[in-house]
Ligand binder design. Structure first.
Ligand SMILES: [Zn+2]
Length: 96
């Protein structure tokens, strides 16, 4: 009879420990999520920012200025070489 009471107390203690640990983890996760939201560290919102600039590149020729895809090596209209490598370097330097 006394042994069953001890087992009952032990089960309650283990349950309380597990619940307490889960509660602490949940609170810490909530604090981290709130901090990420407040300081805008969230990668899902920060990543799409540089993409729109890479989708289009304007021809460097003053009399052409044709819009070209970022991956194009030569202009679609005049056939001049696109300064793609220089633009990427400038953008990376500006980011840092
Ligand atoms: Zn062109």
């Amino acid at each position: 009879m006394i042994e069953s009471i001890f087992i009952f107390i032990a089960v309650i203690a283990i349950t309380a420990l597990i619940f307490g640990g889960w509660l602490v983890v949940t609170i810490i996760r909530g604090i981290i999520r709130l901090a990420m939201y407040l300081f805008d560290i969230d990668g899902q919102r920060a990543r799409p920012m540089p993409l729109p600039g890479q989708n289009s590149a304007t021809c460097p020729q003053a009399n052409c200025r044709a819009p070209n895809p970022a991956g194009a090596a030569f202009c679609r209209r005049c056939g001049r070489q696109m300064p793609r490598a220089q633009r990427v370097t400038v953008r990376r330097a500006a980011m840092w």
